[in-house]
Write a protein that binds this ligand. Structure first.
Ligand code: F0G
Length: 465
């Protein structure tokens, strides 16, 4: 099919952006304790904090909302969603949840206990949080290339089968209730997992008698990368690729706020009835009855439509191209970005940007603050602040990568907005040597601290190199 280089939709409704001055932003961010989560949305001009729940719905989705069936039990919206999930993923059984982390909570309540090990490819922070909360351990088995920002390996989301097999060899399988593959892998840069790797990992996990679950928040974007990068898949359609991806797993957790193209929602998919039945009890306790699980009927309708739209070539080619456009514009200033570009975000290497700010002063958070002040762009820190403290030693953890993530909401911003973001970052790059102060923590929560942390500028003047 012929693919166009413009947005495959028109704008029907607009939402104004409040334009602000640098002085206003300096005041607002100080007031927000230098934490992006404390800013009000009208204090932000271009919001790249997350691609989660921030997308625009199509008019088909808005129309579907009007036909939502709000019956407590047996709603037609549930049946419709169940049928759509079965058709797209192949999973026969599903439970709706209010969002992705709720799906993790329900599933892990069934499967994970203290002392267990849950291997995967750089688990997302809520996934890791739910594992560690149960006194189990999330072990990262990502391929080495995932941590080398210039390595152009096309599937940096892959699990290293040798690392994974080592874990299975050295622990009884009862201690490894499941392996989680996150598609695409958010933590290492929105990087995809190849079909070959999924096949290999599935074979290994099942040979040892464990389970493979897919965290499918961005499964459609992953499928597009397989379509465009993996040998043998160029002629296959997105839906066929998606079905094959999920065919290797025993189930999935989903944050519908990403590739479901809705503002809230999640679900768990299961291949086997037995596990589904065990999870049902907890879903009823934590989320809601089986046929709504924390979602309104209208939202289930919108999700069913969203899943159909996100798995089309028109949508995905536009989506992935826009991320690459932003990445290229940023890189054109000489700024170090993770390559290849991911599916939902561009990740900027903060260590290369601010090499003179010591890691204990959070260079990525410092960069995020500077970009906000410069251009009113809100981004997320994916570095030591988010990596949190070691649950046992309580020492700060310093991950291999220290980045800011520019996550692009779906169908919301134009390429003009993307250009403005890149230019703003380019201006910070030009004055990077004048940025002399990092960040210092004033107050933090014991878990998932980055959401509520209070910071101030470090008191010490950092020596420039
Ligand atoms: N898994 C992945 C890979 C995610 O990226 C997220 C959320 C979740 C699970 C949890 O889903 O938010 O619906 O509860 N990621 C968001 C982000 C918050 O900004 O990357 P949720």
């Amino acid at each position: 099919m012929e693919l166009h280089y413009f947005e495959p939709f028109k704008t029907k409704m607009t939402e104004p952006i409040r334009l602000s001055t640098r002085e206003e932003r300096e005041e607002w961010i100080r007031h927000a304790h230098y934490n992006m989560f404390n800013l009000r949305s009208d204090q932000v001009m271009i919001d790249l904090l997350t691609d989660s729940g921030t997308g625009a719905m199509s008019h088909h989705q808005w129309a579907a909302l009007m036909e939502g069936d709000e019956s407590y039990a047996g709603a037609s919206s549930y049946e419709h969603l169940k049928e759509t999930i079965r058709e797209i993923t192949g999973f026969e059984y599903f439970l709706p949840t209010h969002q992705g982390r709720a799906a993790e909570n329900v599933l892990f309540t069934v499967l994970v206990k203290a002392g267990d090990i849950v291997p995967g490819n750089s688990h997302f922070d809520t996934t890791k949080g739910h594992i560690e909360y149960r006194k189990a351990t999330a072990v990262d088995c990502s391929v080495g290339a995932a941590f080398d920002i210039t390595n152009e390996y096309p599937f940096k989301g892959n699990v290293d089968p040798e690392k994974l097999e080592d874990i299975f060899r050295s622990h009884p399988v009862e201690k490894i209730p499941l392996v989680i593959m996150t598609l695409t892998c958010n933590t290492t840069g929105g990087q995809p997992v190849s079909m070959k790797n999924l096949r290999e990992v599935s074979e290994l996990v099942h040979r040892y008698g464990s389970l493979l679950f897919i965290d499918g928040a961005r499964f459609a974007e992953n499928a597009w990368f397989i379509h465009t990068r993996e040998e043998g898949y160029g002629d296959k359609g997105v839906r066929e690729i998606v079905r094959e991806m999920f065919s290797y797993a025993d189930g999935m957790t989903m944050s519908s706020k990403k590739d479901g193209l809705v503002n809230i929602g999640g679900f768990i998919g299961f291949r086997e009835e037995e596990l589904f039945r065990r999870a049902t009890t907890f879903n009823i306790m934590f989320e809601g009855f089986i046929t709504y699980g924390g979602m309104a009927g209208r939202d289930m309708n919108a999700l069913a439509q969203g899943l159909k739209e996100s798995t089309t070539e028109e949508y995905l080619s536009y989506r992935i191209r826009q991320i690459a456009f932003l990445g290229e514009r940023i890189a054109s200033y000489g700024i170090h970005v993770i390559r290849p570009f991911g599916g939902h975000a561009v990740f900027v290497d903060a260590l290369g940007f601010l090499p003179h700010i010591p890691r204990e002063e959070f260079p990525a958070q410092t960069l995020s603050v500077e970009l906000y002040i410069e251009a009113g762009v809100r981004t997320a820190e994916i570095g030591a602040l988010m990596a949190d403290r070691d649950p046992v030693t309580r020492e700060n953890r310093y991950p291999a990568l220290e980045m800011i993530r520019l996550a692009v909401p779906r169908r919301v911003y134009s390429d003009n907005h993307m250009q403005a973001v890149a230019d703003g970052l380019g201006r910070v790059w030009a004055r990077r040597k004048e940025i002399k102060k990092g960040m210092r923590i004033v107050e933090e929560a014991p878990i998932l601290r980055h959401f509520t942390v209070k910071l101030e500028r470090s008191e010490f003047t950092v020596h420039s190199s």
